[in-house]
Design a protein around this ligand. Structure first.
Ligand code: C5P
Length: 394
């Protein structure tokens, strides 16, 4: 069964949305965790961005080959199969993926810059601006008018997300920390304990015992009189990075969607992902690994600072990219952003469970607004279906 845009309607759509929501929470947690100074040299962000593209390329190639093999006779030699994929990759308008490839790489690197220089609360609130940039680019590039009610639901969503992410919407958990919790607490996003960050032994501190500065530190018996100092964050750099990333996210997501759904070259999502990760990989290698971090990598090595958390971050990011493309194909970019907004709520729910978080009235109000706006948006979907382009089989 195909919907108005030629996408298969089935169990896959809600599943990919749900997985994207879970992935987003897990990704932000692990990424933040992985960037917290650990006393050792921190890994180079560009190497992670590059490797996640390598993983996406491998998965996309495998699935594109599988897809192509189904259209060929069983006895067809493998060389024909590879030739078919090669042609699909570089034929037609495949070169157009150079643009989103460079932009997504920029966005992915900016994301790291932002998360290092902002606490997670500010990062997540500001990053939600991509909901609005995506809507603006959808209207402009896809000629897809939203209608008053959909605009209203976007405003309600932004409001709800902002309220949820306000530091005041969370309770202080300082007194509940115990030695056995140390690994969970250490390096978790600050919005989990906005008023207790300093007392929980943030790794950048002065005059504190050395064991508090390491990832393996335990916090049992923390002396509250210790003088903890602010980590060396560059707030304006962080804000600029996240705002540019939000704008790039809106533009690139919509550009990718336009290519996937409106291009006369009817390439499947796996061929598109193959093209995208190929150009992104080159952009990450040249712009990130060689140019941005080149000197450091030559001195310390490509895998400097790698550990299990870094690999988990890379794996989660790759999974997120592939899931995002499925959601863009089966639904659209705006719905993708709703899924990631709900992930903020999921992060809070995990923190209630893991960190005995006290839910406040503002948190409940914000949550309610996000859920209401999601409901509003899906109820009003019918109104804009009429404006969509004719079906394209992908
Ligand atoms: O923040 P936003 O939702 O725009 O992030 C989308 C992410 O998904 C980016 O990190 C981008 O690299 C990834 N993506 C991808 N393949 C696609 C579409 C998006 O890897 N086809």
């Amino acid at each position: 069964v195909l919907d108005g845009r030629g996408s298969a309607i089935g169990a896959g759509k809600p599943l990919s949305l749900m997985l994207l929501t879970v992935q987003n929470s897990a990704f932000i947690l692990t990424m933040h965790f992985s960037r917290v100074p650990s006393g050792e040299h921190r890994y180079y962000a560009s190497t992670a961005v590059f490797l996640h593209e390598v993983i996406k390329l491998a998965v996309s190639l495998t699935l594109a080959l599988y897809e192509a093999s189904k259209t060929l006779a069983p006895s067809t030699p493998a060389t024909v199969l590879f030739e078919q994929i090669y042609n699909a990759m570089f034929a037609g308008d495949g070169w157009k993926l150079v643009v989103p490839g460079i932009l997504y790489t920029l966005q992915n690197i900016l994301q790291y810059v932002a998360i290092e220089n902002l606490d997670a609360v500010h990062f997540q609130v500001l990053y939600q601006l991509k909901i609005l940039t995506t809507a603006l680019f959808s209207v402009y590039l896809l000629s897809r008018p939203l209608g008053f009610k959909r605009w209203l639901s976007l405003i309600v969503l932004t409001l709800g997300v902002s309220i949820v992410s306000l530091p005041g919407s969370t309770a202080n958990v300082t007194r509940r920390v115990s030695g056995s919790d140390s690994l969970l607490f250490h390096g978790m996003p600050d919005h989990f304990f906005p008023r207790s960050r300093h007392e929980l032994g943030h790794p950048v501190l002065e005059g504190a015992p050395a064991h508090l500065t390491r990832r393996s530190a335990t916090y049992e018996g923390i002396d509250n009189d210790l003088q903890f100092v602010e980590p060396p964050m560059n707030y304006s750099l962080g804000v600029t990075a996240v705002l540019v990333a939000a704008a790039v996210s809106g533009l690139t997501g919509v550009y990718f969607e336009k290519l996937l759904k409106e291009s006369p070259t009817q390439a499947s999502v796996w061929v598109r992902n193959l093209q995208l990760s190929f150009y992104s990989m080159i952009a990450a290698l040249v712009g990130g690994v060689m140019w941005q971090d080149g000197a450091g990598i030559r001195e310390h090595g490509f895998f400097e600072g790698y550990n299990a958390v870094v690999w988990a971050t890379i794996g989660l990011q790759a999974a997120g990219g592939l899931l995002a493309s499925l959601v863009i194909r089966d639904a659209d970019n705006i719905i993708k952003n709703f899924a990631t907004s709900i992930s903020i709520i999921l992060s809070f729910l995990v923190s209630v469970w893991v960190f005995e978080f006290e839910v406040t009235l503002t948190f409940l109000l914000g949550t309610l607004l996000v859920l209401l706006s999601t409901y509003m948006y899906s109820v009003f979907e019918e109104a804009s279906v009429r404006h969509r382009p004719p079906a394209i089989r992908v």
